[in-house]
Design a protein around this ligand. Structure first.
Ligand SMILES: Nc1ncnc2c1ncn2[C@@H]1O[C@H](COP(=O)(O)OP(=O)(O)O)[C@@H](O)[C@H]1O
Ligand SMILES: [Mg+2]
Length: 312
C-alpha cells in the first residue's frame, strides 16, 4: 500500500446469504483521483462503496480508508468520507437551507453553522433556491442538495453512488461541472454508474466490476489502450460516399468500419505513417475528406470488451 492511497483494499469480500456481492477485491486509489466505478446492475458497486464508507461490515478482507481500517475505526472513516447513497430521502417540507441546518446539527459539526451552510450552498449553486421548500426543487437540484449534505463536514473523499441516474442532460452537465470543481479543490472522488459514457470525460481512473469481481483498474488512457486493437479514427467526407468503403476495406490496418455522422468511423491498427498513406490513397481515389482524426470517442466500447461475456 502506498502512502498516497486514500483507498486500499485487499481481498475485500461481502456475502449476502452465502453468495458474494463483492468477491475478493484488491483496489488502490490514490488521493486526488477521480475514479469511475462502473459495472452492470448487481455488479457490487453499492456494496463496495458502503464498505469503503464504513457503513457495511466486510465479511472478510481488509479496507483502509484515509489511513484507517474500516472495521476498527469507522468513526475516523466517517469523518474523512462523504457518502451519497443511490437513494436518499429529504424532508420535503423543509427548505434547502433548513435541511442543511438539520444535518449540521445532527452530525454535531463545529460552529459556525450559518457560514458553513452558505459555503456549501454556494459550492453546489443552490443559493438562489435555498429558501424554497425541497418539494418544489427539480431532481437535479435535489441531487445537488444531497451532495451539499455530504460536503458539510468537508470530507477528503467523496463516494457518490450513481448520482447522475434519472437526471436530464442539462442536470447531468451541471453535476459534472460540480464534480470537476470539487476535484480541482483536491477532493478524491469515486463516482459509480452503470453507464460509462457519462463518466469518462472527467474521470482520471476507471474501476470496472462485474459480478463482485474487479475486471479492470487503471487510468482512462490504460482502459482505452487495453480496449485496444488500435485506435478509433473518424473520417469525414464532403459529398457522396463514392469509393470510401472499398478504399477503407482495402487497407489491412482498418477494421470495424461503421457509418458515423458525416462519414465513417473505424478501428486502425497502423502507425502515423500508414495513417498518412491511407489518407493519401483516399484523396487520390477522389474522396473529398474534410477531416481525418482520432475519434476522441469512447471507452465504452472498451468497457464492453473488458467485461466478461454473459455466461462466460
Ligand atoms: N441487502 C442485501 N441482501 C441480499 N442481497 C443483496 C443485498 N444488497 C445487495 N445484494 C445483492 O448483491 C449483489 C450486488 O448488489 P449491489 O452492490 O447493489 O450492486 P450494484 O450497486 O452494482 O447494482 C446483487 O446480486 C444484489 O442482489
Ligand atoms: Mg448500486
Amino acid at each position: 500500500m502506498a502512502v498516497s492511497d486514500i483507498i486500499f483494499t485487499k481481498g475485500l469480500r461481502r456475502e449476502y446469504a452465502s453468495t458474494a456481492a463483492v468477491d475478493g477485491i484488491d483496489l488502490a486509489i490514490e488521493e486526488g483521483s477521480v475514479a469511475a466505478l462502473v459495472g452492470p446492475n448487481g455488479a457490487g458497486k453499492t456494496t463496495l462503496l458502503k464498505m469503503i464508507a464504513a457503513l457495511l461490515e466486510p465479511t472478510s478482507g481488509l479496507a483502509m480508508v484515509a489511513g484507517h481500517e474500516v472495521s476498527e475505526n469507522a468513526r475516523a472513516v466517517h469523518a474523512a468520507v462523504g457518502y451519497l447513497p443511490d437513494f436518499f430521502g429529504l424532508y420535503e417540507e423543509l427548505t434547502a437551507r433548513q435541511c442543511l441546518r438539520y444535518f449540521h446539527l445532527a452530525y454535531r459539526l463545529p460552529e459556525p453553522v450559518d457560514r458553513r451552510i452558505e459555503e456549501v450552498l454556494e459550492l453546489v449553486a443552490l443559493r438562489d433556491a435555498a429558501d424554497r421548500p425541497i418539494e418544489s426543487l427539480s431532481r437535479g437540484m435535489r441531487q445537488r442538495l444531497g451532495l451539499a449534505r455530504t460536503l458539510l463536514h468537508d470530507p477528503r473523499l467523496l463516494l457518490l453512488d450513481e448520482p447522475a441516474s434519472g437526471l436530464d442532460p442539462g442536470a447531468r452537465r451541471e453535476l459534472q461541472d460540480l464534480l470537476r470543481r470539487l476535484a480541482s479543490m483536491g477532493k478524491t472522488i469515486v463516482v459509480s454508474s452503470h453507464i460509462l459514457t457519462e463518466l469518462e470525460d472527467y474521470c482520471s481512473h476507471v474501476v470496472m466490476l462485474d459480478r463482485g469481481r474487479l475486471v479492470f483498474s487503471g487510468t482512462v488512457a490504460e482502459a482505452r489502450r487495453r480496449a485496444g486493437g488500435g485506435r478509433r479514427l473518424r473520417l469525414r467526407v464532403a459529398g457522396a460516399a463514392g469509393p470510401v468503403p472499398a478504399l477503407l476495406a482495402a487497407d489491412p490496418a482498418v477494421s470495424e468500419v461503421a457509418a458515423a455522422p458525416g462519414g465513417w468511423a473505424f478501428r486502425f491498427s497502423g502507425d502515423e505513417e500508414s495513417a498518412a498513406r491511407l489518407l493519401r490513397s483516399l484523396v487520390e481515389g477522389g474522396v473529398r475528406a474534410s477531416s481525418f482524426a482520432d475519434d476522441s470517442g469512447s471507452i465504452a466500447d472498451g468497457y464492453l470488451k473488458l467485461m466478461p461475456k454473459e455466461g462466460a
